[in-house]
Design a protein around this ligand. Structure first.
Ligand code: Q46
Ligand code: ZN
Length: 296
């Protein structure tokens, strides 16, 4: 039996799988995430969330390929690619691999050093840029990511703590396609990470269990711990916090401009949409290259 306290329910294995698919199906429908005949590219990290998402989308009948981004985090990246590739091979699904060190000359740890910022900052920027690039270049209509309820609640908590109104406005389960950007969707927002882990165990999907070694000490993890403590005492609090934000606050924030996607120009180096002559990713590539030359 798998207990889901916020639903005051316990499921047998088959009913639990049905419950997970239903949660994803409801989100896909409610937010019009994928139209009939559209091709989906799923961002695959080798972890439980992205592999569960890929598995559920395939089971629901979507045309869904995967893309794995090699972040250059030594053994962790090699191991996680192995899990992603084994799932793809076992399922007969197509996995694209983009290796940042091989294609752009730096890994996330180098970029963090060059920018003197936390690794997750350079990593997030690289992911947004390269995953979108992979979707556009591959002719996919939609880019799907495995952000789950815990992730979104933690991001919301952080955004509220600092009243980042522009980030709050952008924290939507669907970002529509704009020139140069594929539609971006988060179909797992009604499933917790405990549920995606249980889903993978029942479906016998092997995934990388270790957290990214660069995550240690980041704020996102602290916010998750705080929310978990509240959830422990009040089951359902996390879902109410996030899902009521979507229902009640998102419509209020709808008028706040999405600056990142409202850009009109193109990066002169890579052709991606950009508000400046050189996009933030190309600047990062340049800084990482300069830093490695300086460190010779
Ligand atoms: S992969 Fe990248 Fe995460 Fe690792 S460096 Fe941070 S953002 S923690 S999801
Ligand atoms: Zn660029």
């Amino acid at each position: 039996m798998i207990e889901v306290r916020r639903h005051r329910a316990a499921f047998c294995a088959d009913c639990f799988l049905h419950h997970c698919r239903e949660q994803v199906r409801r989100v896909l429908e409610k937010f019009h995430m994928v139209e009939p005949g559209e091709r989906v590219l799923v961002a695959i990290s080798g972890g439980k969330d992205s592999l569960a998402l890929w598995d559920i989308l395939l089971d629901l009948g979507y045309v869904a390929d995967g893309v794995y981004l090699g972040l250059g985090i030594t053994d962790y990246s090699d191991t996680s690619l192995g899990f992603a590739q084994r799932y793809a091979d076992g399922r007969g699904a197509k996995l694209h691999v983009v290796d940042i060190p091989a294609e752009h000359g730096f890994g996330v740890p180098d970029a963090a050093k060059a920018t003197k910022r936390v690794p997750c900052s350079a990593c997030g920027l690289s992911k947004r840029h390269l995953l979108n690039r992979a979707a556009i270049d591959g002719g996919y209509d939609v880019l799907a990511t495995g952000h789950n309820l815990d992730d979104e609640a933690a991001v919301l908590f952080g955004n509220v703590m600092q009243w980042h109104v522009d980030y709050l406005a952008r924290q939507r389960p669907v970002l529509p396609a704009t020139p140069g950007f594929a539609r971006r969707v988060k179909p797992l927002i009604r499933l917790s990470e405990r549920e995606t882990a249980a889903y993978c165990v029942i479906r016998r999907i092997d995934y990388i269990v270790e957290e990214c070694p660069m995550a240690a000490g980041n704020k996102h993890l602290r916010y998750k711990e705080t929310l978990n403590a509240i959830e422990e005492r009040t089951p359902g609090a996390k879902a109410t916090f996030y899902l009521q934000f979507l229902n009640q606050m998102q419509p209020v924030l709808a008028g706040v401009a999405d600056e990142e996607r409202a850009s009109v120009g193109e990066c002169t180096r890579c052709g991606s949409p950009s508000t400046s002559e050189i996009c933030a990713f190309c600047k990062l590539v340049e800084r990482a290259a300069t830093d490695s030359l300086d460190g010779r």
